[in-house]
Write a protein that binds this ligand. Structure first.
Ligand code: FES
Length: 124
């Protein structure tokens, strides 16, 4: 039986290193085969799939909202919540987001993977 696991990928060795990310701008990273935008705002560090769910435009040049919790796609200007991926207007679909956690030994992005095994889905 397949189960879903979240594998955590280290993206920075410390929270201070995450400050290398430009404030309120996206930077593209490939993590576990996924192309995503890493974004640092005053609300935190976020990871969201690079393609807009509405029509596939790149979110790389999207701008962050003033509250630092959403990114606005440059093409049709739908805003997507950086934590949940939900569209703020309800239109344009939902973006795929990835959890980010800050630990003593680094900053990690979680990517869901399917693996063969028994038992409940888990986080590794
Ligand atoms: S392609 Fe992003 S809002 Fe339309």
């Amino acid at each position: 039986m397949f189960r879903t696991v979240i594998r955590w990928h280290k993206i920075f060795s410390s929270e201070n290193d995450a400050a290398q990310l430009p404030l309120n701008r996206a930077e593209i990273r490939y993590i576990a085969g996924r192309k995503m935008c890493l974004i640092r705002t005053h609300a935190g560090v976020f990871a969201i799939e690079e393609r807009c769910p509405h029509n596939g435009f790149s979110l790389l040049h999207g701008r962050c909202t003033e509250d630092g919790e959403a990114i606005v796609c440059p093409l049709h200007r739908y805003a997507f919540d950086l934590k949940t991926g939900r569209s703020r207007s309800g239109a344009g679909g939902a973006a795929i987001t990835f959890p980010v956690k800050i630990e003593d030994d680094g900053v990690f992005v979680g990517v869901e993977e399917r693996e063969w095994g028994w038992g409940k889905s888990k986080s590794e």
